[in-house]
Design a protein around this ligand. Structure first.
Ligand code: NDP
Ligand code: GDR
Length: 369
């Protein structure tokens, strides 16, 4: 039975990857951070009572900023594969916490590599590093491939650039099986609520149920190559199953503006929206409603709030996944319309429940009253 260790197991990708590996018969260990509130919502369905026999899923407390802790966990687990998904993963937040981001996302990767090297596990343990299309930053060429030069545009991307190269360096210096997956944006109903797609699908659900009036957005012109996280964790696994350790771009090859994502998402609840104006004056209005709706025609439902603009922006990402297609045999099963449909449906379901409880008179308990 293969043993995997996943950092960032409580995140979107960690949850999908853990599920995939368990299905493949792996024993899965994960590192979770201590938090004052429960932070395992996304993986609670995988939990196994440690008192049972044959437990295949185990969590360890840890943090990528703590090397002794990482060394102890790697020693205890003796993993065949490590998936380093843990990171402060929000680009805009990285401008507010640049030093922490460098520590967790950059040096954190070094700590994982060093743990494997110091423990003499180079021959045994393969390492997957969660690299990102944010490395491309300011456009040098499109579509972006494994050969496109990097030009990072945020403290997050700069930290990930260190992580990328230290992974390559340990592969070359010590012959480690260490690989970068350069993954373009991937989303799902489990996506963190402050990333743009989930922010939009939540707002669409709430607006359609009369629980929110307006959606405030940043740069609507940014273009992203969006895929589904379920497809992308499959690629992570494939990357570690190859004979030779290499780096791969994982993307759909299709790019879409944030504005068009909004339009697609509203269409899922029968609302056609029309954008007027430019820059910070741009607004989205209800143009047509296909079903009973708490909104009215002509109502302004999207507005720009400049606080969502980034000091330096990544305007255009479009990946070239040819190497992954041919060498890994990887192809995404989801296209963007299917992704949007699934995300909107999940959020509508979520907020319908919340509304039902509210309408029935249940309130969130206020412990201070
Ligand atoms: P999430 O933000 O959903 O998850 C990040 C995970 O990292 C969480 O489990 C979080 O724990 C954990 N984490 C954060 N800081 C630390 C730390 N100091 N020590 C240990 N764990 C930590 O990200 P995704 O699942 O979307 O992404 C997974 C990885 O892939 C990240 O490294 C991200 O940068 C990268 N990536 C993501 C892409 C995407 O489009 N989703 C594209 C390309 C790369 P907690 O739950 O406690 O916050
Ligand atoms: P990104 O994802 O920065 O690409 O990083 P995000 O969804 O945050 O932004 C995508 C684009 O949308 C624009 N945008 C907004 N973004 C947010 N979050 N909120 C808004 O209101 C808003 N309005 C417009 C952004 O400016 C940007 O251009 C994600 C993360 O998962 C990283 O960890 C990962 O490495 C990359 O994807 C690939």
């Amino acid at each position: 039975m293969k043993i995997a260790l996943i950092t960032g197991i409580t995140g979107q990708d960690g949850a999908y990857l853990a599920q995939l590996l368990l299905k493949k018969g792996y024993k899965v260990h994960g590192i979770k951070r201590r938090s004052s509130l429960f932070n395992t919502d996304r993986i609670d369905h995988l939990y196994q009572d440690p008192h049972e026999k044959n437990v295949h899923f185990k969590l360890h407390y840890g943090d990528l900023t703590d090397s002794t802790n990482l060394i102890r966990i790697v020693q205890e687990v003796q993993p065949d594969e490590i998936y380093n998904l843990g990171a402060m993963s929000h680009v805009q937040v990285s401008f507010e916490a640049p030093e922490y981001t460098a520590d967790a996302d950059g040096i954190g990767t070094l700590r994982i590599l060093e743990a494997v090297r110091l423990l003499g596990l180079i021959q045994k343990t393969k390492i997957y590093q969660a690299s990102t299309s944010e490395l491309y930053g300011l456009v040098q060429e499109v579509p972006q491939s494994e050969k496109t030069p990097f030009y990072p545009r945020s403290p997050y991307a700069v930290a990930k650039m260190y992580a990328y190269w230290i992974t390559v360096n340990y592969r070359e210096a010590y012959n480690m099986f260490a690989c970068n997956g350069i993954l373009f944006n991937h989303e799902s109903p489990l996506r963190g609520e402050t990333f743009v797609t989930r922010k939009i699908t939540r707002a669409v659900a709430k607006l359609s149920l009369g629980m929110q009036d307006k959606l405030y957005m940043g740069n609507l012109n940014a273009k992203r190559d969006w895929g589904h996280a379920k497809d992308y964790v499959e690629a992570m696994w494939l990357i570690l199953q190859q004979e030779k350790p290499e780096d791969y771009v994982i993307a759909t090859g299709i790019t879409t503006t944030v504005r068009d994502f909004i339009t697609l998402a509203f269409a899922e609840v029968g609302i056609e929206i029309e954008f007027k104006g430019e820059g910070v004056d741009e607004k989205g209005y209800v143009k047509r409603i296909a079903q009973a709706s708490p909104l009215s025609i002509g109502q302004e439902i999207v507005a720009i709030d400049p606080r969502y603009f980034r000091p330096t922006e990544v305007e255009l990402l479009i990946g070239n996944p040819t190497k992954a297609n041919t060498q890994l045999g990887w192809k995404p099963k989801y296209d963007l319309p299917a992704l949007v449909k699934e995300m909107v449906a999940a959020d509508v379901e979520l907020f319908k429940r919340e509304k039902l409880l509210k309408d029935a008179g249940y309130k969130v308990l206020n412990q201070f009253e």
